[in-house]
Design a protein. Structure first.
Length: 117
């Protein structure tokens, strides 16, 4: 599985961005998908996850109510809608795919999100 993120960029505080992660292959529906981020000098942290079987979602406390993760299995794509962006959201955002009932995982190359005026 290859993952390709897109949609990052520079946005003002309070603005919005939508990240996309397109996956190769025909078994996208068997992967739990998640977004992580890593800010300079900080460890990579989980932002949001959406499961393969039920589509249930979970979010880091810091983004609850502002970010929404979704997936389109027909397009092999997972999205992260980010609203009310803050400077602290500045980071490289990574897409991760984990095969259900397995430790097999794949990562994208990351996309930079910068929140600044």
């Amino acid at each position: 599985v290859q993952l390709m993120e897109s949609g990052g960029g520079l946005v003002q505080p309070g603005g919005s961005l939508r990240l996309s992660c397109a996956a190769s292959g025909s078994t996208f529906g068997r992967y739990d998908m998640s977004w992580y981020r890593q800010a300079p000098g900080k460890e990579r942290e989980l932002v949001a996850v959406i499961t393969a079987l039920t589509g249930s979602t979970n979010y880091a406390d810091s983004v609850k109510g502002r970010f929404t993760i979704s997936r389109d299995n027909a397009k092999n794509t997972v999205y992260l809608q980010m609203n009310s962006l803050k400077r602290d959201d500045t980071a490289v955002y990574y897409c991760r795919a984990q095969l259900i009932w397995s430790r097999l995982e794949y990562w994208g190359q990351g996309t930079q999100v910068t929140v600044s005026s």
